[in-house]
Design a protein around this ligand. Structure first.
Ligand code: NAD
Length: 341
């Protein structure tokens, strides 16, 4: 019998992914769905929630959820996340956690005043293949270098949502995945992120949604990372690299398995001591091939442990995104002034 009653607020494109993950999670049972859009609410009925309502407060009143997944656009998140935490409901916050780091900081305040805990839904951290590569890298002496590419062609809908203030700039809203992934890959332990000490960013734009970013990030453990993130270029490409002494992993996260098989990166190339590293990734220590952020959050709630991607940690990633977006060059202590309104 599932022990956690779950609700989803925002049953749009990505909300459907959370509905699937909840359906697959043995410790969760879907009790409520809310979306302002009647058609989307009707489509979510396929997951058989006990309560469906366009008004999320009404849904929360009736469904009595233990955990809520807030999957609206970033500009809508803060009041809903606050409301869930005030009600003592464990809350998953979609990326980006707000439009600015000030929004994320306000969510942290709400969590501090709550009996519940929050997780930032940085799903790349939870791919078992990513975790297995991180473990191999740590076993080989630790990370020396990481790199990430995150390129995309923003749709007209995205450009319009940015214009309406519902989404921050593309780097913060979207490429945040790979800014966060670099911090995660460079961490000194399986459960921690790397501590950023310096950022050197070269950023330029040809129009608001056509952002170009190249950044070199220095970490306290001596590793360096490079981010290249360009919007309005050829197509959507998501790649990452992680290197230790005499060890390299090249990870293509662009092509994913069909959603019904769960989202998984499927093209990883590994090399050790000059040769291809042929051993299959051992996913058992990472919770098996179906591990994801939903499984992790259920475990955290049931055991009282804090998640890997806390809001405090997400705030550092948000501030790093804002520093890169601002073309910051110099020391970084997480307190770089946000260029965003
Ligand atoms: N982690 C990932 O890989 C990933 C991928 C895509 C999108 N996302 C994130 O997911 C979020 C949603 O993106 P999307 O593409 O699904 O957007 P979307 O516009 O398709 O869906 C958002 C939904 O939220 C609903 N909504 C807004 N305010 C509401 C309210 N007060 N009550 C109830 N419903 C409300 C809207 O009606 C809409 O259906 C964004 O933050 C985006 O950045 C994450």
């Amino acid at each position: 019998m599932a022990s956690l009653k779950a609700a989803v607020i925002g049953a749009g494109n990505h909300g459907a992914g959370h509905l699937r993950m909840i359906a697959d999670e043995p410790e969760m049972r879907l009790v409520g769905v809310s979306d302002l859009d009647e058609q989307r609410l009707a489509a979510a009925a396929a997951y058989e929630p006990e309560v469906s309502a366009t008004d999320y407060r009404e849904m929360l009143d009736r469904a009595r959820a233990d955990v809520a997944y807030v999957v609206t656009l970033p500009g809508h998140l803060l009041p809903i996340v606050r409301e869930c935490l005030e009600r003592g409901i464990h809350t998953s916050v979609e990326k980006s956690p707000g439009n600015t780091s000030a929004d994320t900081a306000a969510m942290i305040e709400a969590e501090a005043a709550s009996t519940a805990m929050a997780i930032a839904s940085f799903n790349r951290r939870y791919y078992p293949q990513i975790l297995a590569v991180k473990r191999l890298t740590l076993a080989r002496g630790g990370p020396v270098h990481a790199a990430a590419t995150y390129n995309k062609t923003p749709s007209d809908r995205v450009v319009e949502n940015m214009r309406r203030g519902l989404m921050p700039p593309a780097l913060v809203c979207d490429a945040i995945h790979h800014v966060d992934l670099l911090r995660w890959l460079v961490g000194d332990t399986m459960e921690t992120t790397g501590v950023v000490t310096q950022v050197h960013s070269e950023t330029y734009r040809s129009s608001p949604a056509r952002e170009r970013h190249n950044a070199v990030i220095t970490f306290a453990n001596g590793a360096r990372a490079v981010l290249m993130s360009h919007f309005g270029v050829g197509t959507r490409i998501q790649r990452a690299e992680l290197h230790a002494e005499d060890f390299s992993a090249y990870m293509d996260l662009t092509r994913m398995s069909p959603p019904e098989e769960a989202h998984r990166p499927d093209t990883f190339e590994l090399f050790a001591d000059g040769d291809p590293y042929e051993a299959p990734l051992d996913l058992a220590p990472e919770g098996g091939p179906h591990f994801n952020e939903t499984r992790h959050f259920a475990d955290c709630i049931l055991s009282g442990r804090r998640p890997w991607s806390t809001l405090e940690d997400a705030l550092v990633t948000m501030r790093l995104c804002e520093a890169i977006y601002a073309g910051h060059k110099g020391p970084f202590d997480g307190a770089v002034r946000s260029p965003l309104p």
